[in-house]
Write a protein of this length. Structure first.
Length: 81
């Protein structure tokens, strides 16, 4: 792997893990938070992903992709509980 993608992979993993920890904490400590709340946030993240008129750049694209992936995985696991 070349240096141009190494930083993206590192950042993606960092953001994914951080988002996942935050989602788990929110589920544990916010009894009013439902799966529909997480789905609504994910829906807005999809909208943000598609609304890249001015161009976010590689860093912001990586952060957004990792955040979306964390929500998708969390919602999938949440539905299994």
């Amino acid at each position: 792997m070349n240096d141009n993608t190494d930083w993206r992979d590192v950042k993606y993993k960092e953001v994914f893990e951080e988002e996942t920890r935050g989602l788990i904490r929110r589920k544990q400590y916010d009894s009013g938070c439902t799966i529909d709340d997480f789905k609504a946030i994910l829906k807005n993240l999809y909208i943000k992903e598609g609304a890249d008129i001015d161009g976010r750049g590689s860093l912001q694209d990586t952060i957004l992709s990792a955040t979306i992936a964390a929500y998708e995985q969390f919602i999938s696991q949440y539905n299994e509980d």
